[in-house]
Design a protein around this ligand. Sequence first.
Ligand code: KIV
Ligand code: NA
Length: 263
Amino acid sequence: MKPVTLSTLQAFKRAGETFSCLTAYDASFARAASDAGIEVLLVGDSLGMVLQGHASTLPVTLDEVCYHTRCVARGKGASLLMVDLPFMSNASTERLLQDAGELMRAGAELVKVEGEAWMADGIRELTRRGVPVCAHLGLTPQTVYQLGGYKGQGRDADQASRILEDARILVEAGASVILLECVPASLGRAVAEALEVPVIGIGAGAHTDGQILVMHDVLGVTGGRTPRFVKNFMAEAEDIPGAFRRYHEDVKARRFPAEEHSF
Ligand code: KIV
Ligand code: NA
């Protein structure tokens, strides 16, 4: 695989080709995912849940994200490395810029922020300084206590048009990628069709430009009840590299997500 860049993702979108993304938290799994052809690796603040055992992503610190970013950067191969800004990095523009700077120094190539249209100013300041941004909309886990749980978003027409409008505003402000979590497939399609930039979905149906899952869900090692949109690819594979290949191939062939994984 040639090094994956933002231009690669844009070219995929123009060609109508999907791409796969997966979370990674260390060098060995990053290498296996990259070898499987997975185009984008995300050091997600989901690490607070799947690595640290917390009930949410809120306890994760910038230092912890930087540590895992340095680990993944050593194994990432040709994959593009996206990294989450942790909870409250958006407390002020100054903090946002400083925290994003630390992530870039640790090896991030694209930083992801949660937040609605009000994040436009912060995104503008980041992109001015050469930090590419993915804006995460829909179910934003850092606001779980305000949302009242991990619930699907954009379910009625007003909510859906608000999410589409927010995505437009954030792209206008400079966001290079949009990520949509847990929204109806019809909204995933509408946002992907309305925007020039690549749209990555998780629980957002089959029509976004890319798909992402948490590695532990792909390997079937997430404790408790798993959400409807995840799939355990280990069940159809002989080993972990095989499960990663299967996930990548199923995304590329648009076999995943299926109807049963969508809202
Ligand atoms: O932290 C994470 O893993 C994420 C993905 C679920 C998109 O933000
Ligand atoms: Na996250």
